[in-house]
Design a protein around this ligand. Sequence first.
Ligand SMILES: *[C@@H]1O[C@H](CO)[C@@H](O)[C@H](O)[C@H]1NC(C)=O
Length: 208
Amino acid sequence: MLPILFLVALLFFPSSQAADFCVAKLKGAGNPSGYACRNPAIVTVDDFVFKGLGVAGNTTNIISAAVTPAFVQQFPGVNGLGLSTARLDLAPGGVIPMHTHPAASEILFVVTGKITAGFISSSANMVYVKTLNKGDVMIFPQGLLHFQINAGGTAAVAVVSFNSPEPGLQITDFALFGNSLPSKLVEKTTFLDDAQVKKLKGVLGGTG
Ligand SMILES: *[C@@H]1O[C@H](CO)[C@@H](O)[C@H](O)[C@H]1NC(C)=O
């Protein structure tokens, strides 16, 4: 009798069923473990498809490069799945300057062109740098400073993937000089002189 009651209860109250996915409800605060789930009844296949990476990013900028993210903010379907992706476009001479993704490791696949990429270890500042060709893959461990430079005379494209729906992106030069920290403090913390700091703040949009 009891087992039958239990089965009936399971049939009518399947409340402990595992959720297959958790498409992000972006309104409301996210936190390190993700966003609230959209009601699965209104989720469609389009929540699992992102079309934005078919278009080249606009590289008319100071770095002659563009990052087009498909992180949880742009692609709510990745919420809770521990992954996301992005497209890199590097015009000739382009660079994704030294940067970190605080929350994720990265794997980069070169689709077209030639890219010199590298990262620096946190222990002993070891440098790992390589020029990559079409089809090559390189990994960048979580949190480490890394960069990508177009090493050819033609446009380069890469697809990168992350083991987080929200890897974060902090470009070191902008963090150091594109801010409002008074120049005196920037000079002290970077060992650069006043003229260098003022110049970099000017170029990178800093104040103070
Ligand atoms: C690319 O960005 C530049 C600089 O912001 C802008 O002037 C230009 O119109 C943009 N091009 C396209 C195709 O959006």
